[in-house]
Design a protein around this ligand. Structure first.
Ligand SMILES: Cc1cc2nc3c(=O)[nH]c(=O)nc-3n(C[C@H](O)[C@H](O)[C@H](O)COP(=O)(O)O)c2cc1C
Length: 278
């Protein structure tokens, strides 16, 4: 299927785009108007774009139905400050509730049952249940799109302070299994980043030989996958045969299946040695 955005009805286009650009982290944004009314809403048009200094962007759009601006957008333009709290699986129903379109002035902390946590540098609270809170100031707002209704904004914010839950730290590092963050997909789908789905992958420490440099018998395998080939191609050079290594197989398919098994167990050396046997 080939789609041209201008030919697709906006709601469907929105969901198609959000299904392809996924999973997206969720910013739970607390903002405040000049009278001190606090607002809390989730935004998955969200990411960080630099770390020196830390620059974050969120994308509050104008309502596709009414063309109205989001309270978050108006508040940040007015007071130039916001907190962004990361969203965990245990908060997901609360943030979904906080995304309801309550009238301006309604405090979604109260509606969602989430707890305010005092900030260090700005007079807006973060979310106490969140393991990671950033205190931010507005750098720039870039309006996106020309038609009113559904058009977006790119709000660039600088983070001045991070508040991190110490319980999320293992061996001095924030651990994703402890954090259990959630991400937004298309339609009504979410992703949960727990120990069943978050894995560690080490980048090769040198320029790998590349898939193009693998022997053709390996490259053209009917068993080894693209991931298998890329893992094998991450070596600095094709390894020497290890004369002490031996393993029995009766066909090339079986040989490749054995190598694949070694790769699945993280044993690149044995995978290569299996493939080097004739
Ligand atoms: C997980 C999630 C992510 C969302 N991401 C966005 C987003 O990136 N941009 C947007 O305009 N609305 C987004 N929404 C919808 C807003 O949260 C919703 O319109 C909310 O009512 C805005 O609140 P406000 O007017 O109080 O700022 C999202 C909703 C959910 C549940």
């Amino acid at each position: 299927m080939i789609l041209t955005p201008k030919d697709v009805e906006h709601r469907e286009l929105h969901n198609i785009l959000l299904s392809g650009v996924a999973p997206r982290p969720i910013a739970l944004v607390a903002s405040q108007d000049s009278e001190g009314n606090v607002n809390l809403s989730p935004f998955s048009f969200f990411n960080c774009y630099a770390s020196k200094p830390p620059i974050i962007a969120i994308g509050p759009a104008f309502s596709a139905k009414t063309g109205k601006a989001k309270d978050t957008y108006l508040n940040i333009l007015e007071t130039k400050i916001a907190t962004i709290s990361a969203v965990t699986y245990s908060m997901v129903e609360a943030i979904s509730l906080a995304s309801c379109e309550y009238p301006k002035g309604v405090d979604e902390f109260v509606k969602s049952g989430l707890t305010k946590k005092e900030s260090q540098t700005i007079p807006i609270p973060g979310v106490a249940e969140s393991p990671f809170i950033m205190e931010c100031t507005l750098l720039e707002n870039i309006p996106l799109g020309r038609e009113i209704g559904g058009n977006g904004n790119l709000m660039l914010l600088e983070a001045h302070s991070f508040t991190i839950d110490d319980n999320m730290i293992v061996d001095g590092k924030l651990h994703p299994h402890k954090m259990d963050l959630v991400a937004r997909m298309g339609y009504n789908w979410y992703a949960r980043c727990d120990e069943h789905s978050v894995f560690e992958l080490h980048k090769p420490q040198w320029n790998g030989i590349g898939v193009d440099a693998l022997p053709s018998s390996i490259r053209q395998s009917s068993i080894l996958t693209g991931n298998n080939l890329a893992k094998l191609a991450g070596v600095k050079e094709i390894p020497e045969k290890d004369s002490n290594f031996s393993i029995l197989f009766s066909s090339i398919e079986e040989q490749h299946l054995l190598a694949q098994q070694f790769l699945a167990n993280g044993d690149l050396h044995s995978a290569w040695q299996t493939l080097l046997l004739s």
